[in-house]
Write a protein that binds this ligand. Structure first.
Ligand SMILES: [Zn+2]
Length: 446
């Protein structure tokens, strides 16, 4: 399904006068300066080739994590829950090999089951995975595993080995985390597909070992780690769409499961029986979340239908979700995106507006609202939303494109051309690029 209908350019994109080479030249995006250097690995104490300095890890994190957090529908409005997770996170971080990193912990509104870490220490944990955990020791294990990726500088390692691109905001939309709804909402699959593209099995092993170590150092019962692995092991067999991103970025294996059991039985045997797992404390702090658990599960089902391209069925699930939690930001926004994909623009706009109202600080709703205005040919209102979005989350090339598209609709050709040109400097293929290119050509700019 296409978000908007474009007139196709008369010529094939790359066979035109603007050669591919020229195109690539202007498309070079600012990357990380590749000055080869060696660094001491904070965990192993060994020297290793590391092209990313600590300050680069932090700036990469700061540039990219806000986009990913917004793609995951922002940090929860349940401040009690968010503070609870942050407190546990800070204890784990203080017991890690890199306590000096600027860690921050975010409970994300997204319903899918996932957790991730950016290289500077921004750690996200979804509501979906919190619902699947059973006690605080399991949560500490999950955070410990993510902190283990940060401590071992796994993102930097992957970049150094050329396995990961330095540039994340490329606007290329076909990534693991992106769904039809996100594509229709013009958001692309920023973040998830690039910086968080997935760890190697060795890195997973190392993060597990560190996660267990950090949670034990933080005085939790190591059985919590086994509990987490039990849950992941069981889920990995089920092939559920809500788990797909988690397992594509953190590959699960029975070896991970067995290793955890063995380590707890041997290396950590003395800590095993005396330490608490804090089940009740976890249940108390996740109480409000578990009350809307059915709404989150319904959203997961709706997302599954969106992935299978059944917006009609997805809509039924989102309706079910909103019956339980009518004020939920993610629920309203997912409904808006679903309706947008069915071109039910007015209804889509109503849900997007509702989402904006319940969480004005979060920006994704602005983008989605902008897209509903575009479908209704309200170019001026669309532009206002995209401009608002960009103030908070600058750098998403898709926003640039849709600013250009809105300006084109308003007849402001010169400003539109500027936006299209900016877009083409970052993205050189796909439907949007074709549209931008053919307009620039028709208008005599190239
Ligand atoms: Zn991992």
């Amino acid at each position: 399904m296409r978000p908007l209908r474009y007139q196709k350019g008369k010529e094939d994109f790359f066979n035109s006068t603007f050669s591919r080479r020229e195109f690539l030249r202007v498309s070079v995006v600012s990357g990380i300066s590749l000055m080869a250097g060696c660094a001491i690995n904070p965990v192993t104490g060994h020297r290793e080739l590391m092209l990313l300095s600590e300050s680069q890890e932090i700036s990469l994190d700061r540039q990219n994590s806000p986009h990913q957090i917004s793609a995951d529908y922002g940090t929860t409005l349940d401040k009690g829950l968010d503070n609870y997770v942050s407190q546990i996170g800070q204890v784990i971080a203080a017991n890690s090999h890199r306590p000096q990193m600027p860690y921050s912990f975010h409970v994300l509104n997204a319903p899918y089951v996932n957790a991730y870490a950016f290289p500077g220490g921004t750690i996200g944990i979804t509501r979906g995975i919190l619902l699947d955990l059973e006690n605080e020791a399991e949560l500490a294990s999950l955070i410990g595993h993510e902190a283990g990726h940060v401590a071992s500088r796994h993102t930097g390692q992957r970049m150094t080995r050329g396995l990961l691109a330095a540039v994340v905001l490329t606007g290329v939309s076909a990534t693991a985390g992106s769904q039809m709804g996100d594509l229709v909402a013009g958001l692309g699959g920023i973040g998830a597909g690039a910086l968080l593209a997935g760890y190697s099995r060795n890195q997973e092993r190392e993060a597990d070992s560190l996660g267990l170590e950090y949670m034990v150092r933080s005085d939790y019962n190591p059985e919590g780690f086994v509990g987490l692995m039990n849950m992941l092991n069981e889920m990995s067999g089920k092939n559920e769409s809500s788990m797909a991103v988690l397992f594509s970025t953190h590959p699960m294996s029975s070896e991970r499961h067995q290793t955890a059991i063995r380590e707890v039985k041997t290396r950590y045997i003395s800590e095993k029986k005396v330490r608490p797992i804090y089940r009740e404390r976890y249940m108390d702090n996740t109480n409000r979340l578990r009350k809307i658990g059915p709404a989150i599960k319904a959203m997961q089902d709706g997302d599954g239908e969106m992935m299978r391209r059944n917006p009609q069925k997805a809509r039924e699930q989102y309706e079910r979700s909103l019956k339980t939690a009518p004020e939920d930001y993610a629920g309203n926004l997912k409904m808006a995106k679903c309706l947008l994909s069915m071109r039910q623009s007015r209804d889509a706009r109503r849900f997007a507006q509702k989402a904006r109202e319940v969480y004005p600080e979060e920006s994704q709703a602005k983008h989605v609202l902008g897209m509903t205005h575009l479908q209704l040919n309200n170019f001026e209102q669309a532009l206002a939303q995209f401009n608002d979005y960009e103030k908070v989350l600058p750098g998403n090339p898709n926003t640039t494109f849709f600013q250009g598209f809105s300006l084109e609709g308003m007849g402001r050709r010169e400003q539109s051309a500027q936006k299209y040109f900016d877009y083409l400097q970052k993205v050189n293929q796909g439907e949007y690029a074709q549209h931008a290119y053919s307009r620039l050509k028709d208008w005599g700019y190239i």
